[in-house]
Design a protein around this ligand. Structure first.
Ligand code: ASP
Length: 340
């Protein structure tokens, strides 16, 4: 039976053209985009394409767009063998991470890709990215999809979406997965890193939940951040989860006022997550004095999670109205390969 793939266009540089008057890059429609990829004809699968109503720069993507995209894919889930999402690179890792937590026991591939140069550009990276993303989404073993994950394919590598992060705005290698190996590497042939793939339970159904909460606040710690700024922020910002981007292995400066502030937030029912500013490595609370205090306060460790993953996981868990303790327990437990 012929395989079927759904291509979902959400916007991004890949589908942009220069506005003749202003010279600003603007998204164009999915048909014009597909017309630039004649190689699609040679793929032995039925490829259908659909566009979100208003393709956009991914800087404009919001949780409601993740919900829309997730619902769209879920509504077509039984009809297709795999999904490729064309998306702007700026927030691709956020959307991919969010979807990896919104789907449970994912049994089909959802592969995100985009490009650094528009598809009409003579040196575009879009063609290789789109065509290989499609081939990866169509990989099968014994009639079942090989990849049962949300992935980000870019510049010859497929990364787990919730392990990926954008690292460059001008290199073709725009993404990295610093704490986890690539799932697939593309050269003359596709090399699948089988042992690291998430294995779906074929006897269970795939579920989708659209609940999300936006009461998550990310705070980057830096030398010189003042007591006044932190106290004001904590007083005025309406959040349930505070994600602190700390240094190195999860350290923060020692100051009695800071410990007092964090303690107060915890007492008021907030959850606080310790996530590192480092691109690679793991949060290990307690190995330095600067993180021992966080551990003893009961602050949650994001371990080796990306910030994108920590934010979106927190949004999903908060949306499920879990108690403070349940939230902590679930956050610290691996859900879809985001932490081991
Ligand atoms: N600003 C663009 C976007 O994220 C960049 C890109 O697609 O590469 O939509």
């Amino acid at each position: 039976m012929q395989q079927k793939l759904l291509l979902v266009y959400t916007g991004g540089t890949i589908g942009m053209v220069k506005d003749k008057k202003t010279g600003v890059l603007m998204p164009f429609d999915v048909d014009s985009l597909l017309a630039q990829i004649p190689q699609l004809e040679a793929i032995k699968a039925q490829i259908d394409a659909v566009s979100v109503p208003q393709p956009k720069d991914s800087a404009d993507m919001q949780p409601k767009d993740w919900q829309f995209l997730g619902k769209l894919i879920y509504s077509k889930f039984m009809q297709y063998d795999g999904f490729v999402v064309l998306h702007g690179t700026d927030t691709m890792s956020y959307t991919a991470s969010a979807l990896s937590f919104m789907f449970t026991n994912l049994k089909k591939p959802i592969i995100f890709t985009g490009s650094q140069l528009p598809i009409g550009d003579i040196r575009t990276d879009a063609l290789e990215n789109v065509l290989t993303a499609i081939q990866i989404a169509l990989l099968q073993e014994n009639g079942e999809p090989y990849i049962n994950e949300v992935g980000v394919y870019f510049d010859s590598q497929l990364f787990r979406g919730n392990r990926s992060t954008k690292i460059s705005s001008d290199r073709f290698k725009a993404f990295a997965s610093p704490n986890f190996p690539a799932l697939v590497t593309s050269g003359v042939s596709l090399k699948v890193n089988d042992p690291v793939l998430v294995k779906a339970n074929l006897n269970r159904v795939t579920k989708f939940s659209e609940v999300l909460s936006d009461k998550v606040f990310l705070l980057k710690i830096h030398p010189g951040i003042t007591q006044q700024v932190l106290e004001q922020l904590c007083k005025t910002v309406d959040f349930e989860v505070l994600i602190m981007e700390t240094y190195g292995s999860g350290t923060i400066f020692n100051a009695p006022w800071l410990a007092h502030l964090l303690e107060k937030l915890l007492k008021n029912g907030k959850n606080i997550i310790n996530c590192s500013q480092c691109i690679s490595g793991v949060v290990k609370q307690g190995i330095y004095e600067g993180s021992e205090q966080l551990k003893s306060l009961g602050i949650i460790s994001a371990k080796g999670m990306t910030t994108e993953s920590a934010i979106t996981k927190a949004m999903c868990l908060l949306g499920q109205n879990k108690s403070k303790n349940e939230f902590k327990k679930h956050f610290e437990t691996n859900f879809s390969g985001e932490m081991y």
